[in-house]
Design a protein around this ligand. Sequence first.
Ligand SMILES: NC(=O)c1ccc[n+]([C@@H]2O[C@H](COP(=O)([O-])OP(=O)(O)OC[C@H]3O[C@@H](n4cnc5c(N)ncnc54)[C@H](OP(=O)(O)O)[C@@H]3O)[C@@H](O)[C@H]2O)c1
Length: 275
Amino acid sequence: MVKKLYNGVEIPSIGFGTWQLTENVEAVIELALKAGYVHIDTAAIYGNEKEIGNAIRSNGVDRSSLFITSKVWNSDRGYEATLKAFEESLERLQTDYLDLYLIHWPANENRENAKQENADTWRALEELYAKGKVRAIGLSNFLKHHVKDILEIENVKPMVNQIEFHPGYLQGDTVDFCTEHNIVVEAWSPIGSGRLLEDETLRGLAAFYGVSVASLCIQFALQENLVVLPKSTNPVNIHNNLHFERFVIRSEDVDTIKSMPLNGFSGLNPDEITF
Ligand SMILES: NC(=O)c1ccc[n+]([C@@H]2O[C@H](COP(=O)([O-])OP(=O)(O)OC[C@H]3O[C@@H](n4cnc5c(N)ncnc54)[C@H](OP(=O)(O)O)[C@@H]3O)[C@@H](O)[C@H]2O)c1
């Protein structure tokens, strides 16, 4: 299953998350590749790009069959620093292009010239895109007002915004705004980093459909038209998160999920972060 970005690039709807994957990275990526994941989500700050590159190489996977995303970290924002950070990510991943490159977090009001910093970083991504070094460019953790700022200065509109999205934390304003502007939204922490696994409402619904809470969360994101990025280091879960039997969540159950109180939230508000 793929989604088409507005520039025609196809993005696989389920990607393999790699945040906090710092042990046995090569073995876990090998499991993911063997399970059939072709979309891998990493970032410079995750500290695992090199091992991911090693795993791809040692498994002899054809680069063109993969969709690899990385992100520029906050300390590398700005035009020149972003261009340099991108080359370093390429080197660690042992590839000569990325499929998607994102600004990991917006500079916010905690920083002087936040808008300019975001604009300068975006210029660098536009340049990488124009040079054909990346097939698509986008944002991450940009709230509606941050996305609006980029839309005011862009030459190339972002193709993607990757944000926290899961039952109990839906960020409807940002999702709706991106959708209106044909920006594909990716769901990070679709299972709330595991915090949703014991949620009573979700457990009840999962039992009704005869699926796991994880499958319910992944299906919910897909059904809401998002790309979804589950992460696991467990071989069975890695497999099941990609291959669970597809089902449709009834509209009344979608309503139940959408009216859940805040749950599983990371606590990371892009307007407030200080890192
Ligand atoms: N852009 C950003 O700022 C940002 C921030 C956070 C995350 N992300 C991206 O989003 C990805 C996913 O988010 P996440 O890492 O927070 O985690 P997640 O996918 O929401 O949850 C992972 C947790 O759920 C468990 N799990 C996964 N599948 C399961 C299953 N089928 N049954 C039972 N438990 C299951 C995992 O444990 P096991 O290992 O035991 O399966 C792990 O504890 C990240 O890895 C990263 O790529 C991006």
